[in-house]
Design a protein around this ligand. Sequence first.
Ligand code: C2E
Ligand code: CA
Ligand code: CA
Length: 681
Amino acid sequence: MLFRTIKNTTTTLTVVAICLVCAAVLVSSVEEYEKLYLESTRGDLEGLSENLANDLVSLITTEPDTFEVTATLLRLDRYENVKYAVVYDSHWQRLNMYFGPLFTPSASEINIDLDRLKLSPLGVRVKDGELIALKLVGDARLPLGYLLIVNDAVGPLNKSKLTLLKRVLPLVLLVLFVAIVGSLLIQRQLFLPLSRLSRFAQKIQETHDYSLRINIDGKQEVTELSRDINSMMETINSETQKNINYTDQLKEQQKAMERLANFDGLTGLPNRQFFMETLRLELAKAKRDERNLVLMYFDLDGFKGVNDAFGHEVGDLLLMEVCRRTKSILRDGDLISRLGGDEFLILLHNEPNELELFEIAERLVNGLNVPFAIQTWEVQIGVSIGIARASDSNFNVSEFISNADIAMYRSKMAGRSTHTVFVPDMMEDNKRRLLIANSISNAIKHNEFSIHYQGKVSADEVIVGYEALIRWNSESMGVVSPAEFIPIAEQSGKILSITKWVIKKVCQELDQLLAIHPGEIVVSINLSAHDIKNTLLIDYIRTMFVRYNVQTSHIEFEVTESAYLENFDVANEFLKQIRDMGCSIALDDFGAGYSSLGYLTQIHLNTLKIDKQFVDNLNVSKRSTLVTKTIIEMAKQLNLQICAEGVETREQADFLIANGCHQLQGYLFAKPMSLLELLKR
Ligand code: C2E
Ligand code: CA
Ligand code: CA
């Protein structure tokens, strides 16, 4: 503890050294004093004993006068250190003895060993703490006697030493004190730069201010050290600055990476990952607080068409505009995210009531329906919205999103540009949809599909062709209608394999059909919107025709109006190639969806199939009757064949024939039948 710091160590050593020096000085001066003291008492005793011995000469010459001797000896009373004195005659017979007033004799002390005394030298000597003076009385040639004086040497010496110490010690202590304080002050002065350095270091520690510098003054070592420390601080400061810049840079990079990881590059909206994370947290919170959450899934209608027709640049700009417009329609606090492509998710903040929800959805549908001005184009799209409530999915993230997706799909099915709120019943439908989608591949493998042929008749009611309609007798689900599984196959990307299967089957069975009808009959095959985007399908068709030796004039392809219009250019190119092969083309379900007729002049068509709903309404609605008449008239002018679908009554047939319809198809003439049934007839 004491030696932990340099300062303490040197201070302690200095104090100890000073004390030692003082003690040594004290001891040696006491010793010196002792010597001087003894010397002087010895001199005194020398003189005293000499005087007494001289005075005794006359007293013990002849007849010793005891009284006189005693009186003489009593002169020793003045000398308090004299223990005792003895006067002997020349034969060492004791004549008289004197005891000092302060001396109480003990037997051993008075028992003087005369033999030894006789041999002792004359004069004064020190022995056993006593000063002993032995003097000859009279002349050496004629000794009269001897005088012995024993003086106490130790007692007085000690007393005298004590007095000396008493007088000297305060002085010594004062010197000691002054020396210690002085040395402490000097050390403090010497260590001041070190303390300053330590305070400096502490300050840096507290403030983290590396631009601080220490004063350079003082002794050489200190100035050198200070200079070195300052240059070290310089280095630290510049390194710290570099570090700060580097850290700032890292932070920037981190932010940029976060942006990349959590936000969509095109629209700047939160991306799927960020949205999912937020949704998960919000769902947990809502569940805890017993609140509901509302999610909107929306998908643009016809976005692909925009991309195909105007290019991706316009597509991207459109997405940005959609994002901007959607934000302006929604409320603050609603979280919009782009899932990818043209799909968006919106988490509405605070559960809106039924009416508010309806209004928000309407605003979105109508708002996004207004054409967008992009570059020089006016682009129109729609939006299909699915809405789900968290309570219907038990606050489970993926179920929640899936429910909104199911509702959105409903909106698409219901003819687009609309919104649908999820209800649990839809879940069952969805399960069946999934089951159907997942069963298609196996159904092809296990030969569960077959084809029924529905006859088409001419105006004089002779069979002129058949429409190939697929049938599915599923082992697990029983008979599944194409009206149900074809849209699902289209949605799940399975339609191409079905189409290929139908084409192959028709090619295989064509010869047998032709055998029943020796005339020029045509078999129609239905194509879906997805098929006509796939140019590889043309190669497949060509291969099948070659393989089964099919004469192309016997084959017609039916394409729905909506499929055609969704991908106008692609469809046109596809169908042109089909026609170049020698097949004919029919526009299916005409009038069911779109009602623009302008494009009819621009496409490669042979036949227009009037949708069943017009036929149903003949003689029911005047307007429908009028429209049907107009369609037939217009088709004739365009040199197109006209086929009416779903003819069920005689009246319908008569009306259509009377108005110049070329072909009729419907239960009135023939129901779809298997090849086997047809062969039996
Ligand atoms: P579509 O192409 O419009 O086929 C005509 C549908 O009307 C057929 O239904 C047919 O059975 C039915 N139909 C014909 N005459 C009458 C009638 O007088 N009254 C009534 N109520 N219905 C009549 P189906 O076979 O159920 O097919 C439904 C839809 O499934 C078809 O409509 C077509 O879009 C699609 N489809 C059928 N087979 C195929 C196929 O092989 N490939 C593709 N891509 N689609 C197919
Ligand atoms: Ca058809
Ligand atoms: Ca049809």
